[in-house]
Design a protein around this ligand. Structure first.
Ligand code: PEP
Ligand code: MG
Length: 541
């Protein structure tokens, strides 16, 4: 047994078997084969394994879901055996002497790029399917589990070099006990996703592939990982997990009670969700609404940009499921660490300061208008709030309002009903906090994104593990910007909420309530502990 320390995102605990998740870029390796014949044999075996996997996935999906969903795997089998792919890979090994991995990767990438460059959106989307098939072959060649870990039926601790938000979002939370990664920072979107799933995550761990299949313990409180723990330690942690479950059960007593301090200061408590699947947890933890729906997760892991109808249905379902409660949908915040293949975002030197969020939306208004029309139509089914991320100027807000008016006209011309969403902005740049008085004249509410506000105020990349020890959510400059924002909101009689991770930081709760925050919006898991803390606070002492 040995113990390694890292950086944790929450005090949660987990005991389980490690499953190693490998990125494609770590699998490809050398280009030139020492023995091309052996590479050909390896490739053919991987091809057979992949064909088998796809057949099994087809049968499983057909039995559990529908023929339409299962057909994807049949289509992948066809792509895998397509001559432009299969035969081209064999030729690359035999004639060019490439390794199996390199041949699969180079042929796959080339074909994928050709599809992505096509005008027809259907054919463009096939690019992502090729990528999927290519990944499957690469994983089969590595002799490891598939990327999606979809054959693992036992609960597991996922170990990886790093995880992107889209990879994290794909993990099915029912079997996932926790994450352990070498890269990543506790303030990244990947960490936020882990929190929403209610599982622990340890970062900055010097991981070892040989731990695949070994038993491990994550102690999020002590920020450490035990590999091959002995029976006594496993038992000790199982007891700790049980008592933490009991503590959570006790918190159930707070359901139905208001979030009010001892001296009668009432604050609204909302949940942050990333996908509609998180709604169940928000309802279970008695959220008074959704304070932040990160709509961009609808766009990740998709082969194509979700059209107006798809988005409208999702937004409408959220409104209907929350039955008249307060719902805030944030418009898409892609860029930096959240990328979709069909958007073809180019690599940038400083992505956090680059082409992101409203900057993408305002540069590609036709793309943005699809979302705005879907939101306007959904607003006809309930009191919807929408807000815009990464705002730095009044001009941006005015341009967005003009685009919304144009969308309304387009919908009315088609005879489609629209509602009147309440419009707000996220205050997550120092610029927005400093002009909060001006912004307050333009919108109906503010929501403070402390994750980015800290990143931009402290000049610290929230995704960079090397600097995260300098990242200080209690920094006086940050708290001052939050206070200024709250004051400006109240001078203009609009409500202000905190939806960044600091909203769940119990060491800041009293400060935020003293600033007059009207609401806090946190991961569903954090909601009842926060309510308990608020009910114990007295602002007058
Ligand atoms: C924030 O920046 O605090 C926020 C809530 O948005 P995100 O974490 O999605 O960037
Ligand atoms: Mg943000």
């Amino acid at each position: 047994m040995h113990m390694i320390t890292g950086q944790s995102i929450s005090p949660e605990l987990a005991v389980g078997t490690i499953r190693f998740y490998r990125h494609i870029k770590n699998i490809v390796g050398d280009a030139i084969a020492a023995n091309p014949n052996m590479e050909l044999t390896r490739y053919r075996a991987a091809y057979q394994t992949s064909m088998e996997q796809l057949k099994n996935l087809y049968n499983k999906t057909l039995a559990q879901l529908s023929a339409a969903e299962a057909d994807i795997f049949e289509m992948h089998r066809m792509l895998l055996s397509d001559n432009r792919f299969h035969h081209a890979i064999e030729l690359s090994i035999i004639e060019e002497g490439k390794t199996a991995e390199y041949a699969v990767y180079s042929v796959g990438q080339k074909l994928c790029e050709q599809f992505m460059a096509m005008d027809d959106p259907y054919l463009q989307a096939r690019g992502a399917d090729i990528q999927d098939v290519m990944n499957r072959l690469l994983f089969a060649l590595s002799g490891k589990t598939e990327s999606a870990l979809d054959h693992i039926t036992e609960p597991f601790i996922l170990m990886a070099e790093d995880l992107t938000p889209s990879e994290t979002a794909q993990m099915s939370s029912d079997r996932l006990l926790g994450f352990v990664t070498r890269q990543g920072s506790p303030y990244s979107h990947t960490a936020i996703l882990a929190k929403t799933m209610g599982v622990p995550a340890l970062m900055s761990i010097d991981i070892d592939e040989n731990w695949d299949g070994h038993l491990a313990i994550i102690d999020g409180e002590k920020q450490c990982l035990y590999i091959d723990p002995d029976d006594a330690l496993v038992q000790e942690y199982q007891l700790k997990i049980n008592s933490s479950r009991k503590r959570r059960e006790k918190l159930q007593a707070l359901i139905g009670l208001p979030a009010v301090t001892r001296d009668g200061h009432r604050v609204k408590l909302y949940a942050n969700i990333n996908t509609p699947a998180d709604l169940a947890a928000a309802i279970e933890t008695d959220a008074e609404g959704i304070g932040l729906f990160r709509s961009e997760f609808l766009y990740l892991n998709k082969n194509e940009y979700p059209d107006e109808e798809v988005q409208y249905t999702v937004y409408r379902n959220v409104l209907e499921k929350m039955a008249g409660k307060h719902i805030v949908i944030r418009t898409l915040d892609l860029g930096t660490d959240k990328k979709s293949p069909y958007l073809a975002l180019e690599p940038e030197e400083n992505p956090a300061l680059g082409y992101r969020a409203v900057r993408i939306c305002l540069s590609q208004p036709e793309l943005f208008k699809v979302q705005l029309r879907a939101l306007l139509r959904a607003a006809a089914h309930g009191g919807l709030h929408i807000m815009f991320p990464m705002i730095i100027s009044v001009q941006e807000v005015r341009t967005i309002k003009k685009l919304m008016a144009a969308c309304r006209n387009e919908l009315q011309e088609k005879g489609l009903p629209c509602g009147n969403p309440v419009v707000g902005v996220m205050i997550e740049t120092p610029a927005a906090a400093l002009i909060a008085d001006e912004l307050a004249k333009e919108v109906d509410f503010f929501s403070i994104g402390t994750n980015d506000l800290a990143q931009y105020t402290l000049a610290l990349d929230r995704n960079n593990a090397r600097v995260h020890t300098f990242y200080d959510p209690h920094h006086p400059a940050l708290l001052e910007l939050i206070r200024m924002t709250a004051d400006a909101a109240h001078r203009h009689n609009i409500p202000v909420c905190i939806c960044g991770e600091s909203g769940a930081d119990l060491t800041l709760t009293k400060a935020f309530l003293s600033m007059g925050m009207d609401a806090l919006s946190v991961a569903p898991n954090a909601l009842l502990p926060l309510k308990g803390a608020i009910r114990d606070i007295s602002l007058s002492v």
